[in-house]
Design a protein around this ligand. Structure first.
Ligand SMILES: Cc1cc2nc3c(=O)[nH]c(=O)nc-3n(C[C@H](O)[C@H](O)[C@H](O)COP(=O)(O)O)c2cc1C
Length: 203
């Protein structure tokens, strides 16, 4: 390769890399524990994202909506906790991952608390779904001890609603069931879906 061609190659390769690193991934992390089944799939995703930020179990404190109604006149939530960072990250993210075990048929309490704080986007107009930031790619990871699709049905509906508010279109669904008997680390289908997603993601 001539030195001029090499120069162009290095220039465009650098541009590509910078644009890749520039993409932001928001993680809404509903794990109750580390080292469990949700953790296993989430880590498989996170290992491939350099720029992941968001609500991690260890680092964030997010309170549930208190129905104080301040957002009706302020158009923003006045509770001063880590959700304020999530509001900002949700606007600028390129990709959103929601990961949760199934807890009594629904998403974990952490995710429900986050969802409750998105109430400020509705501003009392329950029939109008707001759009937060640009259109994003995304994924929903659900882990259930039970083996029936009914075990995740309700949680999936809730997860889709949450991502819709954040303007995520057609999220990839990864559900690993039956963890009471078989750990997710042996769920080939779930692992394959994650790997396929990683190959297709425009990051
Ligand atoms: C409090 C609690 C409630 C649960 N409720 C359900 C449930 O309703 N349906 C279900 O299929 N599994 C249920 N499970 C099982 C978990 O979804 C399952 O153990 C899952 O693997 C937990 O995720 P983890 O391994 O990442 O911690 C429940 C577990 C706990 C601790």
């Amino acid at each position: 390769m001539s030195s001029k061609k090499l120069h162009y190659f290095v220039f465009f390769a650098t541009l590509f890399l910078v644009s890749k690193l520039d993409k932001k991934v928001l993680i809404l992390d509903g794990r109750l524990r580390q080292g469990g089944n949700t953790d296993f799939l989430l880590q498989r995703l996170l290992n491939n994202f350099d720029n992941a930020v968001g609500a991690s179990i260890a680092r964030t404190q997010i309170f549930a909506c208190t129905n104080c109604e301040a957002c009706l006149s302020n158009s923003k939530c006045i509770i001063n906790d880590d959700m304020q960072t999530i509001y900002h990250q949700a606007k600028t993210a390129d990709f959103v991952v929601l990961a949760s075990p199934i807890i009594f048929g629904n998403l974990s309490g952490r995710i429900i608390d986050i969802l409750s704080r998105l109430q400020c986007y509705f501003k009392g107009e329950f029939n109008k779904l707001p759009k937060v930031g640009k259109v994003k790619q995304g994924a929903i990871i659900l882990i259930a001890g039970g083996s029936s699709n009914n075990d995740v049905e309700f949680a999936l509906k809730t997860a889709k609603l949450l991502l819709k508010i954040l303007n995520v279109e057609n999220p990839t669904i990864i559900a690993s069931l039956n963890t009471d008997k078989v750990p997710t680390s042996q769920d080939k289908e779930a692992i394959e879906t994650i790997d396929k997603l990683l190959n297709s993601v425009e990051l």
